[in-house]
Design a protein around this ligand. Sequence first.
Ligand code: CMX
Length: 466
Amino acid sequence: MSLLKVISRRTFLQAKNVLPSLACGMRNVSDSTNLKDVMADLVPIKQKEVQAFRKSHGTKVIGEVMVDQLYGGMRGIKGLVTETSVLDAEEGIRFRGHTIPDCQEKLPKAPGGSEPLPEGLFWLLMTGELPTQQQTDAVSKEWAARGAVPSHVAQMLNNFPSSLHPMSQFSAAITAMNSDSKFAQAYTDGVNKASYWEYAYEDAMDLCAKLTTVAATIYRNLYREGTSVCPIDVNLDWSGNFAAMLGYDDEMFKELMRLYLTIHSDHEGGNVSAHTVHLVGSALSDPYLSLAAGMNGLAGPLHGLANQEVLVWITKLQEQLGGEVSDAQLKEFIWNTLQSGQVVPGYGHAVLRKTDPRYTCQRQFALEHLPDDPLFKLVSQIYKVVPDTLLEHGKAKNPWPNVDAHSGVLLQYYGMTEMNYYTVLFGVSRALGTLSSLVWDRALGLPLERPKSMSTEGLMKLTGAK
Ligand code: CMX
């Protein structure tokens, strides 16, 4: 029985008084607004579920591996357990079983808003259950209370040269904040491994709370003459506070942030940032060190930096071709990119084989709020021309746009024109998914990750080629 079914069944039985012993000894997991209490109830249930599953099916064979997969970035090899989300090549991401439109409909909103609150998504990723408004608001309040950044980190950020890329600053600050890691302290104090997850949870909550302040400090230092970040308002949600700290008070920018920080959070376990956080965490490096490592992966142009690269590419296109562009001119520009051995940023994916639903929901946002924006029109035109051109080129397995093809145009519209900064926003969001996964990694006692590698010589012998 799945975790969700176990919980629903237990809640049902409690409601019917069939399980009085459970009901009196335990909180009703669905009702508490304290996420840690809910997790404390869920962890032993999930541990038992996994234990029983491994006992009954632990030796079942679930796949085979071909030589090409070892040279091909391990595509398609099932080698990881990630509970928070699953990616389907055709359909796109589901967060704990929920599609993006489903999350947009069912997750709690800010007062007067229509986009989901990322705090609610965090609850969903952690617990597998859609939170109530009260549960979501409780996370907002807790993050607002935990948001202070250590003074040595603020000082370090203020001393960085403006030539240092925002992602390098972001990752360095996350590493340096591990001076406050409760997990690292607990490990040093010799805490029992059965409670590792609790300290990972504390660090995850602290990190989510502090990342927005760190990110806003970087933004203001680099692009707003070092003006100070406004204090956190405990009555505002996480994205609302983040927008204010960045210096944006447009309500629609806040809504955009809510959507943005929700959809970039998680993309199952094998992508570079998620896998890195999981891998580094498996050495019991604390959540700060693990997340910083993941952020260094996100900073690569084939991964999160692609959102910056898309805008750089579009800017070049505009410089070369001017305002209005014909489809034929556009196609020629794309061919030139491909012929010079570069990728078309924002297109293609290692797993997806259709338009990314994260692209679609951003396009929907644009159609609703900025339908006449010239840059949006250009992005839409690119969407019409690139897939056929990539197909004609004949290399990319997926010619469709990914999440990064659309985020920049929305940010530009609201005045955030500093494209070098875009990946930091991706990073703030990606923390939600990777840290929830990390808490479950420790709860399930997943061991040090150590797959087998082979030399070409060894592979040749194994396959009979030599
Ligand atoms: N433009 C040009 N060539 C592309 C391409 C693109 N957008 N997407 C794939 N290709 C090429 C690959 O470079 C590869 O070429 P070689 O055979 O010469 O090495 C070939 O097509 C086959 O690649 P693939 O199997 O389709 O794609 P991969 O799984 O290897 O790579 C990805 C996936 C995302 C790295 C690739 O599509 C790409 O480079 N896209 C552009 C960068 C980008 O948008 N990245 C963001 C992804 C989402 C995210 O993580 O944020």
